[in-house]
Design a protein around this ligand. Sequence first.
Ligand SMILES: [Zn+2]
Length: 147
Amino acid sequence: MAGNPDTLTRPSALAMIGDPAPEEAGRWEVHLAYRLVSSNSVVDLRAIADFVQIDSAFSGQTTVDFQIGDVTKYSVEADVEGELTGNLVLLDLHMHEGTLSVSPFFCTGEAKTEGERYEGKWHMPCLKPDTCGCEGDDGYFSLTRVG
Ligand SMILES: [Zn+2]
């Protein structure tokens, strides 16, 4: 009797969509500028991700580098997923650990160059809704095809 639930194969999210199979959708750089109010400085969050795509829905895994100037202060694994069309991108960037893993960064952008470069804003809801309750944070976002 195969009673161990860990041995059961669970369908992945992509498999559940069924046909068509995901297609490679290129290599992209995600960039978010994060202003630290406490020190009035900007941290650049940069990540390179290989996207797979089904119709306009895409996803990928990546490592986000937190950079001040040219120096990477630390790096965090993250998932990206969203929708990409010629004119528009909706992208969620979800850190796997740390304070910023409480919620995804919700990014929206419009094409500067169709299929190549998108620019817009990211939004992150309040990280401590129980004790803070502010409207969260936002900043500059871009998505650029690099391969
Ligand atoms: Zn808050």
